[in-house]
Design a protein around this ligand. Structure first.
Ligand code: SAH
Ligand code: SF4
Length: 360
């Protein structure tokens, strides 16, 4: 890592560097290696947003580090609080793009100390599922690892300021964008957040959701086999899935299912399939097709009643239809649960995150 700063080029984002990499920066700056570890802990464990907060590093040494690194946390523009305690955060990034993150607080549901943060990985999404607000806004750019990590640190700093008494115990990479289209940054962010010197969130407490990017599924099995995997299946036939998850035209169901089987073999764990229930998808014919497709794959099915997205046209099935769909899957031996609804009233639920909104 060279010091580009004298040429006016900003140094790397401190939020996206590991403890080992910060140690190297420290040595290159002529400082002892422990300065790098201290800076890592200030940022990653204590969510420091400013060099001045790093009290055990002398001013002169802070300046040396600041000369080689960028410390520019996402700016929290607004927080919306749902009736159920879910909070949605709107952040502005250094280039002015905006992203959203969600905090789901499960404490009031009797789950002591459990809080899950849902992180975004891209600004917008190139896959363009028609029922998803992120997909409808189009793709703007990938987030850097530092911007992914920065969301969690900003939420942590907010919780501390608000004296809200929680810390993130679980992470889901299920916000805006497709994690496996930004694989390097997503994996780097997960490793940093996993670090014992930082947030120390175990890989088993992280789950990533993909629309079905086959190479990413296999890479996850190789590089982060302990992380949970959720695959957005949504339909049991190529005919329907081609429309609601356009990526299906690239990786059709037969190919996707083979990758899922391979994932189970390589990672040695079962996976989750997400199915958003709409009037079109929650039918007896789809339940039959899904049962055939999923036969023999150790998996859990998570049903999500589709959340309202303006202009998407996707509608929830009637309650009896949804119940019949669930029953049809269960009777065929599949393990099914319905995803608990969080934050729909503030547009913080699955598929409702986007950059532009009228009512924020
Ligand atoms: N791009 C990844 C992760 C982000 S989306 C993926 O598609 O898996 C997270 C989950 O929300 C996915 O299962 C997605 O299909 C689902 N989702 C999108 N729009 C939705 C909506 N309007 N209602 C319910 N779930 C939705
Ligand atoms: Fe992208 Fe996932 Fe939304 Fe589809 S559901 S558009 S893959 S974020």
């Amino acid at each position: 890592m060279k010091n580009d700063n004298e040429k006016g080029v900003p140094g790397p984002d401190i939020y996206g560097l590991s403890a080992a990499e910060l140690t190297d920066v420290s040595l290159e700056a002529g400082l002892p290696s422990y300065r790098g570890r201290q800076a890592f802990e200030w940022v990653q464990r204590r969510a420091a947003a400013d060099w001045a907060e790093m009290k055990n590093i002398s001013r002169a040494d802070r300046e040396k580090l600041a000369g080689r690194l960028t410390l520019e946390p996402p700016v929290l523009l607004q927080v919306k609080v749902s009736k159920d305690g879910t909070r949605k955060f709107l952040f502005k990034l250094a280039d002015g793009e905006k992203i959203e993150s969600v905090l789901m607080d499960y404490r009031r549901d009797g789950s002591r100390d459990r809080a899950t943060v849902c992180l975004s990985v891209q600004v917008g999404c190139p896959i363009g599922c028609p029922f998803c607000a992120t997909g409808r806004m189009g793709f703007r750019r990938d987030l850097t690892a530092g911007e992914i990590v920065g969301q969690l640190l900003a939420v942590t700093a907010y919780a501390r300021r608000a004296d809200a008494g929680f810390r993130a115990t679980n992470l889901v990479f299920m916000g805006m964008g497709e994690p496996f289209y930004n694989m390097d940054s997503f994996l780097r962010a997960a490793r940093i957040l996993n670090s014992e010197r930082g947030q120390n969130i175990g890989a088993r407490r992280m789950t990533v959701s993909t629309a079905g990017v086959v190479p990413g599924i296999l890479r996850l099995a190789a590089e982060a086999p302990q992380m949970g995997l959720a695959v957005s299946l949504h339909a049991g036939t190529d005919e329907l899935r081609d429309v609601i998850v356009p990526l299906n035209r690239k990786y059709p169901l037969a190919v996707l299912m083979e990758a899922c089987r391979e994932y189970v073999r390589r990672a040695g764990r079962r996976l989750t399939f997400e199915i958003a229930m709409t009037k079109e998808s929650a039918t007896a014919a789809q339940a039959r097709a899904l049962a055939v497709l999923l036969r023999g794959i150790p998996a859990h099915i998570n049903l999500i009643p589709v959340n309202p997205v303006p202009g998407s046209g996707a509608e929830r099935p009637a309650a009896e239809r949804a119940a019949a769909f669930q029953r049809a899957l269960t009777e065929r031996g599949l393990a099914v649960t319905v995803r608990e609804e969080k934050g729909v009233d503030i547009e913080a639920a699955c598929g409702q995150l986007r950059q532009e909104f009228n009512n924020f």
